[in-house]
Ligand binder design. Structure first.
Ligand code: NAD
Length: 498
């Protein structure tokens, strides 16, 4: 059985811990590898490698850092298919989707290639007689990234290119369910010329996460995952004096107004609900049909959802692969059954999937539930599977109130032909990322990504300008080069400009 090692100080290592975890192929249900699970001494090794490397990496010139980022960008591009194959093998998503994930990660590298421009400070000449003032930003030290299973390349790349470009060193703790892509990323960083110790990978579970949160030499933690763990990571990390940004789960609503083209809306909603088997933090999981949109929307969704091709991610004909584990499959099917018991109407039932060889894998078909109400568990929980629930609202105001009452605030979208309705919606919803006739409004790399409410703990979103701020701290210098012979008498009063 293949073992997936950590990557510490520029080389693979099994680490000191004797623990391993299974890595499955979700399309077949078979174990395909085992992954080393770090203990605190392995984490300590990785952090020490990062601390040692920080001394010189933080002093490396912007042009040298940029050259490495450009080289890394070329290597990731050249290895897109290799990364995509690793993602599909361990996560299960279809290859085209996996390639798209790599592309979105690559865009963050491209953003980070502009680091000399992004790190420019401010300068004020002659703030007082003979005195200038200026600001600049410096890296924090060793920073950690703790990432979820659903984007094993893109989410780590939301973090590490920006952190490293800013002059930090990085310890990544990827999901133990699909760990291989992180190791290939580490190899590509090394090939790009990144010095040993600047990018490290420790695999593991709660033991490794806690060791990172408690480690005195980890300055900051970026976390992406479910809300309960995000809250925990935020509270424990900040109580240890660290800077923490922790992105959590989601319940993303799409409001459908009666004036929209229902074919267009249904087409985009099914892709947004069932792409990656609904395992995206920006997946649409709740459609809110306003006024008399409901019946037309349901019929259009029924037609679209019934045609989605479910199968192994490596098959070119598959549009939707399996979910991540048997536990996830059972949980998703249980949510659908409980919704039916609580009064929802099944429009499309994906609890059983027909097809050769699909029974052993973790496949769940596209499912659409109508007449769902906010009290039902299927609405209250983040199902994180291919389940789209339809709620009904009488007016746009009611739809906005429903969204704003939901504890999550990651993404949302509106389908309409009315600019006025769209503008009201974008101004009034308490959600971080909003789409207008765009179902999955993931910001481009040069903006920042993040939700509101229980979808984000901390003050800064990831990547983009907020990522640069998160991974650096500011200094402001007030400087004078006196001509001593001309007299510069000190004053005992608080200094003011003169
Ligand atoms: P998860 O919370 O189970 O795991 C995330 C990370 O935390 C993993 O590295 C895991 O090893 C670690 N972890 C798990 N349990 C832990 C514990 N008890 N203590 C310490 N660490 C622990 O999430 P997941 O199932 O891997 O990913 C899916 C979740 O991530 C969904 O809720 C999804 O909405 C969310 N997500 C959010 C975003 C976003 O941008 N807001 C993006 C992607 C995924």
């Amino acid at each position: 059985m293949k073992t997936i090692d950590h990557w510490i100080d520029g080389k693979p290592t099994a680490g000191a811990a004797q623990r391993v975890g299974p890595v499955y192929d979700p399309a077949t249900g078979r174990q395909q590898a085992e992954v080393a699970l770090a203990d605190s001494s392995d984490v300590d090794d990785a952090v020490r490698a990062g601390s040692d490397a920080f001394a010189s990496w933080s002093q490396t010139s912007l042009s040298k850092r940029t050259a490495i980022l450009f080289a890394f960008r070329e290597l990731v591009r050249a290895h897109t298919d290799d990364l995509a194959r690793l993602i599909t093998a361990e996560h299960g998503k279809v290859l085209a989707d996996a390639r798209g994930e790599v592309q979105r990660g690559l865009e963050v590298v491209e953003f980070a290639c502009g680091i000399p421009q992004l790190l420019k400070g401010e300068f004020s000449d002659q703030v007082s007689s003979g005195i200038d003032s200026f600001s600049f930003r410096q890296p924090l030290g060793v920073v950690a990234g703790i990432t979820p299973f659903n984007f094993p390349v893109m989410v780590p790349m939301w973090m590490n290119p920006v952190a490293i470009a800013c002059g930090n060193t990085f310890v990544l703790k990827p999901s133990e369910r699909d760990p291989s892509a992180s190791v290939l990323l580490a190899e590509l960083w090394a090939e790009a010329g990144l010095p040993d110790g600047v990018f490290n990978v420790v695999h593991g579970d709660k033991v490794a996460v806690d060791a990172l949160l408690d480690h005195p030499d980890v300055a900051a933690v970026s976390f992406v995952g479910s809300t309960p763990i995000a809250r925990y990571v935020y509270e424990r990390g900040t109580s240890m004096g660290k800077r923490v940004q922790a992105l959590g789960g989601a319940k993303n609503h799409a409001v459908v107004l009666p004036d929209t083209d229902m074919g267009f809306a249904a087409d985009h909603l099914t892709a947004a609900a069932f792409g990656s088997a609904g395992q995206r933090c920006m997946a649409i999981s709740a459609a809110v049909a306003v006024g008399d949109a409901a019946e037309r929307l349901i019929e259009a969704l029924r037609a679209k959802a019934s045609t989605v091709q479910v199968g192994p991610g490596v098959e070119p004909t598959s549009e939707m692969g399996p979910v991540i584990t048997q536990t996830a499959k059972d949980r998703i099917i249980g949510s659908v059954t409980s919704a039916e018991g609580q009064g929802a109407t099944l429009v499309v039932d994906g609890r059983t999937v027909e097809g050769d060889g699909l029974q052993e894998g973790y496949f769940v078909g596209p499912t659409v539930l109508d007449h769902v109400t906010p009290e039902m568990d299927v609405y209250r929980d983040e199902v994180f599977g291919p389940v789209l629930v339809v709620l009904r609202a009488e007016t746009l105001d009611d739809a906005i109130a429903l969204i704003n009452a939901n504890p999550y605030g990651n993404g949302t979208s509106i389908f309409t032909n009315s600019g006025q309705a769209a503008r009201r919606f974008q101004r009034e919803v308490t959600v971080g990322m909003i789409g207008v006739n765009v179902p999955i409004p993931v910001p481009m790399a040069y903006y920042s990504f993040g939700g509101w409410k229980d979808s984000l703990f901390g003050d800064t979103h990831v990547h983009g300008p907020e990522g640069v701020r998160f991974y650096t701290q500011a200094k402001v210098v007030t400087s004078r080069w006196p001509q001593l012979e001309s007299g510069n008498a000190a004053s005992y009063s608080f200094p003011t400009s003169s």
